[in-house]
Design a protein around this ligand. Structure first.
Ligand code: 1CP
Length: 373
């Protein structure tokens, strides 16, 4: 497929998803309902996922078009969420660029050779064959019709952390040491990964994704000055790869309370807020030029129906102060989640979201934007 223009049958070219609540909320347009989807909505919380995935390796599954299609559709069928997210992983483009990476059960991405010097960077090749993924995206866009498919990639910092540390890390200490101690090497690596992630994102949109999310899950490990100097320019570079494509862009990270203002990039439309910050405070930090996504604590889903319902109501009332609000959890669905609660929550949000949003709008006028309950 050409890397430049949308094919005529593309859901965006055809306008199939342009009126979807998620797309409208992302652009800051009024919506008839509060759109909702869940990060990690496909995955271990679903018995039908566990059954399909038993056996094969995670990264092999990500390159199997029919498996990707089926797993992506499972939560949409079950929960009636307002968007699908492609079943994939942030390390998929690294695998497609020749990096020796696996996803170990119960651990996450693991590199055979951590990247810590120029020789290591040279092992990251060009983005190779992703045709199975593009086939899955095309198939999904056709099956989903008016429901948007969210394509995604990892942001350079989060990907760099896996590459440099060699696997999941709590402190990101080797990553920070390289970032501060060898800034030229850092820039070289970050540019390489930004282009890889950006090209992968572009392929997903050209194949039929109608929104994108860039996951900088571990950016919260940084101070704001470090984020602005060492990370943000490279995340902007990812977004530049899709600058000419009219899809809403969501930018998300965890523990990013101190970074939200800096993450509200002019190149993105929606900023994800995790559960450690109230949505009201998040909106104040992000400002009126972006929509917001979030931010119910994933653990609230385990606490019983009343708890998760009440916390969702607070998020919707507070979200009314933003130019647009997409309801989501503050981070991914926990594996031990009862999927029945998520299904019930989606129905409840669809029934009660508009009323709660109206309450939130009048409260925010009365309280100058601060709504705590
Ligand atoms: O075998 C399995 O089931 C492995 C579990 C699993 C799954 C289902 C992993 C390993 N990745 C995924 C899919 C996945 N990864 C999706 C699917 C779509 C959906 O949301 O429904 C997405 C969006 C991701 C993105 C991803 N992978 C992120 C960003 C999102 C986040 O949670 O912050 C990150 C950080 C990863 C790395 C990763 N992959 C897998 C795990 C367990 C991890 C995290 C490891 C760590 O703690 O560092």
């Amino acid at each position: 497929m050409s890397d430049s223009v949308l094919p005529p049958a593309h859901p965006l070219a055809a306008g199939v998803t342009s009126d979807a609540p998620l797309i409208r909320a992302a652009w800051g347009k009024p919506t008839s309902r509060v759109p909702v989807w869940f990060m990690r909505q496909a995955g271990r919380s679903l018995p039908e996922y566990r059954e399909l995935r038993s056996g094969g390796a995670m990264l092999d599954a990500c390159f199997d078009a029919d498996l990707v299609t089926e797993i992506t559709l499972q939560p949409v069928r079950r929960h009636k969420v307002d968007a699908a997210i492609l079943f994939s992983d942030i390390v998929v483009p690294l695998r497609a660029a020749g990096v020796a990476v696996t996803i170990e059960p119960g651990v996450g991405p693991v590199m055979a050779d951590p990247v810590r010097d120029v020789k290591g960077i040279a092992t990251i090749g060009e983005l190779g064959d992703t045709s199975a993924i593009e086939a899955a995206v095309g198939q999904l866009a056709r099956e989903l019709g008016g429901t948007p498919l969210i394509g995604f990639c990892g942001a350079p910092f989060t990907l760099a952390s896996y590459l440099i540390e060699g696997g999941p890390s709590r402190e990101h200490a080797v990553t920070k040491a390289l970032m501060w101690g060898q800034p030229r090497l850092w820039s070289m690596l970050m540019e390489r990964i930004a282009d890889l992630a950006g090209r992968f994102l572009r392929r997903q949109v050209l194949a039929g994704a109608s929104a994108v999310q860039v996951f900088d899950s571990w950016a919260g490990a940084l101070s704001r000055p470090d984020y602005e100097r060492f990370v943000r320019p490279f995340t902007e570079r990812v977004f530049e790869h899709i600058a000419d494509l009219a899809v809403p862009r969501i930018h998300f990270g965890v523990v990013t309370g101190e970074l939200l203002t800096a993450m509200a990039l002019p190149q993105c439309d929606v900023v994800g807020v995790d559960f450690r910050v109230t949505l009201a405070d998040g909106i104040a930090r992000i400002g009126p030029a972006h929509s917001v996504q979030g931010n119910v604590d994933p653990a609230a889903v385990l606490a019983g129906w009343e708890v998760v319902r009440d916390r969702t109501a607070i998020a919707i009332r507070q979200g009314a102060a933003a130019r647009g609000h997409i309801l989501n959890l503050g981070h991914g669905v926990l594996p031990q989640t009862d999927p029945g609660v998520l299904t019930e929550l989606v129905g409840w949000i669809h029934d009660h979201g508009p009323g709660l949003r109206s309450e939130g709008m009048s409260n925010s006028i009365d309280a100058g934007g601060r709504v705590d309950s």
